[in-house]
Design a protein around this ligand. Structure first.
Ligand SMILES: Nc1ncnc2c1ncn2[C@@H]1O[C@H](COP(=O)(O)OP(=O)(O)OP(=O)(O)O)[C@@H](O)[C@H]1O
Ligand SMILES: [Mg+2]
Length: 257
């Protein structure tokens, strides 16, 4: 999926500018960055629920599974029923194959011990896993998830992200996850850092492998990436503009190689 957003305006004011990113198949990408930088807005442009100037190409709309932070689940269904109905409505499976597929996704998402529990009795992390299983079983190839691991403990969040990353690689999907949990950064194949410029517009400060990211931001600790780019009134060092420029010239040099 290739994104080339020249500009996204909200009430005449730019919210995103010059967002050029490729989200490759078989790779899981983390989108991280300053609160209010435009991460959710970028996703809305990609799934086509808001207007913008530019293009999003190399995908089919029907391929996209969008997982919001607070999924709308029927809380009186059991975990297994929710996944079963999603599979049935997808019409992808024959009557005979259905039960085995539901079983496979329950195992993939580690829901065996709670499969017969009503969703209202599941923890936040378990509910998230049900909602991911519901999307995966529909056979979608592009998974876009906005803050699915917010509010989960570090262990649960790491487990959820590892599961999604391994499914992505094994099944050649395109996965894009917005998250504030930078501690999981090494699990992903690619990272996009979205920051808010001094003119309050979202821009890209980095897009590439997590391996080079610390040297790009000149930090030892991943957490300090956000410290450097966040504005002073957010407790940061206010260097977003510097890194937007640095990334633009880094990309230009890469393009010339
Ligand atoms: N519907 C809207 N109308 C006007 N402005 C909006 C709208 N939605 C978002 N914005 C503004 O656009 C900017 C980006 O918002 P967005 O929700 O995309 O940020 P975000 O990076 O997802 O932040 P967070 O990490 O807090 O979720 C913010 O300044 C926000 O106030
Ligand atoms: Mg958001």
């Amino acid at each position: 999926m290739r994104v080339d957003i020249k500009e996204k305006l909200y009430s005449g004011k730019p919210a995103l500018r010059d967002i050029r990113v490729n989200f490759p198949r078989g790779k899981a990408t983390l989108i991280i960055g300053t609160s209010g930088a435009g991460k959710s807005t970028l996703i809305k442009c990609m799934i086509g629920t808001t207007s913008y100037e530019g293009t999003v190409t190399e995908y089919n709309r029907e391929e996209i599974a969008y997982i919001p932070q607070h999924p709308a689940l029927n809380v009186r269904e059991t975990a297994q029923e929710a996944i079963y109905w999603s599979a049935l409505f997808s019409r992808l499976y024959s009557k005979d194959a259905l039960a085995a597929e539901v079983d496979r996704y329950i195992h993939t998402m580690g829901l065996q011990s709670v499969r017969d529990n009503e969703i209202r009795r599941l923890s936040g992390g378990q509910q998230q896993r049900v909602s991911i299983a519901k999307e995966l079983i529909r056979g979608k190839n592009i998974i876009i998830a906005d803050e699915i691991d917010t509010g989960l403990d570090c262990g649960v969040s790491r487990d959820l992200v590892s599961k999604l990353c391994s499914i992505t690689r094994k099944e050649n999907k395109t996965t894009i996850i917005i998250s504030h949990n930078i501690v999981n950064i090494e699990l992903y194949d690619r990272v996009v850092v979205l920051v808010k410029s001094s003119s309050k517009c979202g821009g890209i400060a980095y897009a590439g492998s997590p391996k080079q990211i610390r040297s790009f931001f000149e930090v030892d600790d991943y957490v300090d990436i956000l410290t450097r780019v966040n504005a002073a009134d957010e407790g940061g060092r206010g260097e977003a503009d510097y890194f937007i420029r640095k990334f633009a010239s880094y990309r230009e040099r890469q393009g010339k190689k």
